[in-house]
Design a protein around this ligand. Structure first.
Ligand SMILES: [Ca+2]
Ligand SMILES: [Ca+2]
Length: 349
């Protein structure tokens, strides 16, 4: 079974599943959930927006992580095999992880971590919390077979729940319930001083729904969609405003094409790929004629320059104009990516 007509009911079915589990979500949140719940597949890298295939387990498996009243609480949802790992990379931070099992590995495990007060998301399965004022840790792994590794040097209360569970703990006065396999951890590694970076921003999904903003004019924010209304703000992915869009760009006499995008909301690295249909590079239906990498700081504009080959320069001169597709893939320090596409007309010098 393949193709969009097959994929549509599958995605719609998973959307219904998410909606029944989390009825309070609005459509922007639901869309965000579906775009995150994929197994990346190399074969789909350039074919679909997410570069992956939807995974129903990933769409609904969620755990919450928050600091309340001096306790860091990790609460698993129902029907999840969790692999909670707590660590202390910095003296003032606690890192909580619940990694997905690799695609095709059965049974599925891991969960998307939803950061509450005192915590922020690094990626879907990694959350960083403050340890300021945190006196103890409470982990509830819930049903099914879970593995839990607690943080060093903090009293933990671990409830492994039902299932065959495995716990790795340090010699602290930990309270442990329902954990069958237990291992004491050897000497902890000391944390690397205070974290020089601020905590990641709070989870946009837990924030009140964003107010609709007026349609973006020139230089407006660009989200996942381009023309249909104001996109939802997504602080976990790099955003960029558009400087040149649907414009005509003139090729320089030396065959250079300069394209500007930005400014970007945070420091990003990325690639820009330029392709045209048939006209440049003979014999191919869609041909890439330029590709370049870039690296820019927060608040700066992405400016890329591509030089056309001599043969392609000649073709642009002959054709006068060439419809060109530009594809920008931005990646922030935490590994979140965003793809932005444009179509513009390349003009001869
Ligand atoms: Ca569990
Ligand atoms: Ca369990």
């Amino acid at each position: 079974m393949q193709g969009t007509s097959m994929a549509t009911p599958l995605v719609a079915g998973i959307a219904a599943l998410v909606k029944s589990e989390f009825p309070g979500e609005n459509s922007a949140q639901l869309r965000d959930d579906l775009l995150r719940a994929v197994d990346p597949l190399p074969a789909l890298a350039d074919k679909v927006a997410t570069g992956g295939r939807i995974n129903a387990y990933k769409a609904v498996a969620r755990s919450t992580v928050a600091v309340r009243d001096g306790v860091l609480r990790v609460q698993a949802g129902e029907g999840q095999r969790n692999h909670f790992t707590l660590s202390r990379p910095f003296t003032d931070r606690i890192l909580v992880e619940d990694a997905w099992t690799p695609p095709y590995q059965d049974p599925m495990g891991g969960s998307r971590l939803m950061p509450g007060p005192g915590c922020g998301r690094l990626s879907d399965t990694r959350v960083l919390c403050t340890s300021d004022g945190v006196g103890s840790i409470a982990v509830d792994a819930g049903d099914l077979d879970d593995t839990i590794s607690t943080v060093d040097g903090l009293a933990a209360s671990v409830d492994c729940g039902t299932g065959a569970d495995t716990l790795v703990f340090d010699a602290h006065d930990d309270a442990r319930t329902g954990c069958e396999g237990q291992t004491s951890r050897p000497d902890p590694r000391p944390p690397a001083g205070p974290d020089p970076n601020p905590l990641p921003p709070p989870d946009p999904v837990l924030l009140p729904a964003p107010k609709p903003t007026p349609a973006p004019g020139p230089g407006g924010a660009v989200g996942g969609t381009s023309s249909s209304g104001a996109p939802a703000r997504d602080t976990t992915r790099p955003t960029a405003a558009v400087a040149r869009r649907n414009k005509r760009i003139r090729l320089s006499r030396k065959g250079r094409l300069t394209f500007k995008l930005g400014p970007v909301s945070e420091a990003v690295t990325g690639t820009a790929t330029f392709s045209s249909r048939r006209k440049l590079v003979r014999g191919k239906r869609v041909a890439v004629f330029g590709r370049t990498r870039f690296k820019v700081g927060a608040g700066r504009r992405v400016s890329v320059r591509v030089t056309l080959s001599k043969a392609n320069r000649k073709r642009v001169r002959r054709l006068k104009t060439v419809t060109t597709d530009a594809r920008f893939v931005l990646e922030d320090a935490a590994g979140n990516t965003r793809t932005i596409r444009f179509r513009f007309v390349l003009r001869r010098p």
